[in-house]
Design a protein around this ligand. Structure first.
Ligand SMILES: [Zn+2]
Length: 468
């Protein structure tokens, strides 16, 4: 990292929070602790006021040198290494668990399954708590420390809660997780408990928890780290920078991500756009987002866009029809009212990508195929491979194109799903409200159930021979 010529000059004095509603256009200072626009209620994004680099090669070299030979502790982080792209100053109290630095795998079996010559998987499940949330949480908790708050809160049942708990603990911050009592399994919260977070079981439903989070946000001691927090997107966008380094700055034709709250697709879109604005890449990869059929409000909206809207020539819709009762076994993307849909949809359209949905069966089989590539991921991540297979079949992706899918969570985040798939006991509720119908089974095309074998050498050898 090159020191600023004038150390008094603070980057954060230039960066701002801005309302994503273009008709509103309100702007707020970085230190203003608001989470939505105080004028119109829309979500916020951060404008980093990046300058077009006169020498892109020098920036790339600096990043490569920081990675190869980290001189500062923050250079060992796959987020803070890219500080010049982030709304933080050199002397910020960086919180880090050495997030990022995740592998980019070749996945030949999955490629063949999709009808592609090659496919690479960028696995964000290799982050410290096992999901992509960590890169964003490093930024959000650092901002929480700067803000002078004492407690970070969120309402989450899964990856966000685990990540918040870990980063708050690292910053010696109190973490509080609000959940509806009796509606969340203990196993899902195990990581948060281990990291020492205060788990508050509320007498109410998930909507009550969200309302409380908003009310608590007014308290100066409390920092809201829910998905609405714009600093999380800033940390998450660094995956685009790291991916480009791993691709030796050859821009892939397609980057494909799962879509739940749409924060990840928003972040990737922002990251690539900033690289383009800086002159570090010359074109954008087509960014496509894959949702689960039972939780696919944005895919539905996208299917009904006019050709002009898809081409970015006409205004995009201002309203999204939410899914009241989302259904999918891919719990990380079981979201009916995605917070960041507007920002994500803009990024998809700008890059000429697609938003589509895939079935539970398609997700389950794609997940097993990724496993066969010796990679493994949580079910939500597998929407990518299921979606790419469909995009190839539909002609949106050509067999010889360069495709990267972003996996978001580690396989061990949901071991029950994996076990049930391979034992033939995976099933999903019919979805009908008062239905007594039995859950719909999912038949594993790549099922791999354990075998019962007699306690003899010959029986084991016979079994090995049969399966070879
Ligand atoms: Zn506004």
């Amino acid at each position: 990292m090159v020191k600023a010529a004038n150390p008094v000059e603070k980057k954060t004095e230039k960066a701002e929070q801005r309302c994503v509603n273009r008709a509103c256009g309100a702007r707020f200072g970085l230190r203003e602790r608001i989470y939505v626009c105080s004028k119109c209620g829309e979500t916020l994004e951060i404008d980093c006021h990046l300058l077009r680099s006169n020498d892109p090669a020098a920036v790339r070299e600096r990043w490569a040198a920081a990675k190869a030979n980290p001189k500062l502790p923050r250079d060992a982080s796959g987020v803070w290494r890219y500080l010049e792209m982030l709304p933080f100053d050199d002397d910020a109290p960086f919180v880090t668990l050495f997030e990022g630095n995740t592998p980019l795998f070749h996945a030949p079996r999955s490629a063949k399954y999709c009808g592609l010559a090659g496919l690479r998987l960028k696995h964000q499940g290799y982050n410290p708590t096992g999901s992509f949330k960590d890169t964003g949480m490093a930024a959000a908790i650092t901002q929480a420390v700067i803000s002078g708050a004492r407690t970070a809160v969120c309402a989450s049942t899964g990856n966000t809660a685990a990540s918040l708990a870990a980063y708050a603990a690292r910053a010696e911050f109190q973490a509080a997780i609000l959940l509806p009592r009796g509606q969340v399994s203990a196993a899902k919260l195990a990581q948060s408990l281990d990291y020492g977070a205060l788990v508050l079981e509320i007498d109410g439903n998930f909507d009550d928890c969200m309302r409380l989070i908003q009310e608590l946000g007014d308290d100066p001691a409390i920092y809201v780290a829910n998905s609405i927090n714009p600093f999380r997107i800033e940390g998450q966008k660094t995956v685009a920078f790291e991916l480009m380094e791993q691709c030796s700055w050859q821009v892939p034709d397609h980057v494909v991500v799962p879509g739940g709250n749409m924060g990840n697709s928003t972040a990737l879109g922002k990251g690539f756009q900033e690289l383009l604005d800086m002159g570090l890449i010359r074109r954008l990869p087509k960014l496509s987002v894959i949702q689960a059929e039972g939780a696919a409000p944005v895919a539905r909206l996208f299917a009904n866009l006019t050709p002009g809207q898809r081409a970015g020539e006409e205004e995009l819709p201002e309203k999204l029809a939410i899914v009241e009762n989302p259904k999918t076994l891919a719990t990380a993307i079981k979201i009916g009212a995605p917070v960041s849909w507007k920002k994500a949809l803009r990024a998809v359209v700008r890059s000429h990508g697609q938003v589509i949905a895939v079935s539970e069966q398609e997700i389950a089989d794609a997940k097993a195929m990724i496993g066969r590539d010796s990679i493994g991921c949580e079910p939500a991540s597998a929407t990518t491979v299921a979606g790419i297979k469909k995009l190839v079949a539909a002609g949106h992706v050509q067999p010889g194109e360069d495709v990267v899918a972003v996996l978001t969570g580690h396989a061990l985040k949901d071991p029950d799903y994996m076990s049930n798939y391979h034992r033939g006991t995976l099933a999903i509720d019919s979805g009908a409200k008062d239905s007594a119908a039995p859950p719909k089974p999912i038949h594993g095309a790549f099922q791999n159930a354990p075998e019962r074998v007699a306690a003899t050498k010959s029986a084991i050898l016979a079994s090995l021979k049969q399966r070879h």
